[in-house]
Write a protein that binds this ligand. Sequence first.
Ligand SMILES: *Cc1c(COP(=O)(O)O)cnc(C)c1O
Length: 356
Amino acid sequence: MKKHNFSAGPCILPQEVFQQASEAVLDFNGTGLSILEISHRSKEFVAVMKEARALALDLLGLSGKGYHAVFLQGGASMEFLRVPYNLMTVNGKAAYLDTGTWASGAIKEAKAFGDTVVVASSKPENYNHIPKSFEIPTDADYFHCTSNNTIYGTQMRQFPETNVPLVCDMSSDIFSRTLDFSKFDLIYAGAQKNMGPAGTTLVVIKEGLLNKTGRSIPNILNYQQHIDKESMYNTPPVFAVYTSLLTLKWLQNLGGIPAIEKVNEAKAALLYNEIDRNPLFKGTAATEDRSKMNATFLLENEAHAALFDNLWKNAGISGLNGHRSVGGYRASMYNALPLESVQVLVDAMKELERIA
Ligand SMILES: *Cc1c(COP(=O)(O)O)cnc(C)c1O
């Protein structure tokens, strides 16, 4: 039986995408070849790459607005390195907001390149909120933030108004909510949270941002190379890009980001209402910063853990354990997770209240 998959990543994708991807493994669009064996230089795959890049920009409302989209490898973690390599000037400065494990991973990489100013951090409170008052040095080469903190269940509602280029790790909430994406100069997102299988990372880069560092950048790490080579500098992860395209098309057919945002809001409201109503549970993130993608919560009484774990596992739920660094529970409600799955979880929480 198909599980209700609340896993944080890799995670649920639309069922029809699984179906279409599996058909392409056997015969890709009637070519007589599997998507796993087709040349990345074939006209069929070149068309896939082109369409995926264009559709990603289109869904973000960035078509024709001077942005490039590329599909790279190395995960979001590789962008922690590529961003300072490509954007921090020699003897320059970068500003970072520290909102969690991924943000601090990005900070660590930047430190190898130059003056890395952490404008604010919620680490002393175990990252349970998003710092709101901070100043971005006006002479920074860029400001980096993490829009959704997958592990701690917090999400940025507001982004700072600043004169310096805005860089954002949107790995776990891209394509989930409407934003003015044209405020950002560089956006990156590992596919495996909301877009496709692990193995590729979408990077969206505004024209005019690059080639200002005075640094010599190895080709594989150089965004300009990947843009110039149309995301084919080296063999791209063909299957991951194709499956991402299928997911983006699924989203487009639903009505794009505005349509999925409504569903995501309904799912988050359903679960957070239960966390707040049910006396056996409590949320861990500051209410105003709660993530609509990853809801983190605890049992008031740890003694109920075995009983609750039994209830949700028997209900066909998978992937509800919190990140190993924080414990408790985390319900990841990415785009492809249906509202019905959240209802199944809420019913299990209510059942615990009834029998505990
Ligand atoms: C999962 C995640 C990452 C790490 O992604 P990898 O592809 O494993 O490198 C980075 N940032 C955020 C916000 C994430 O959710």
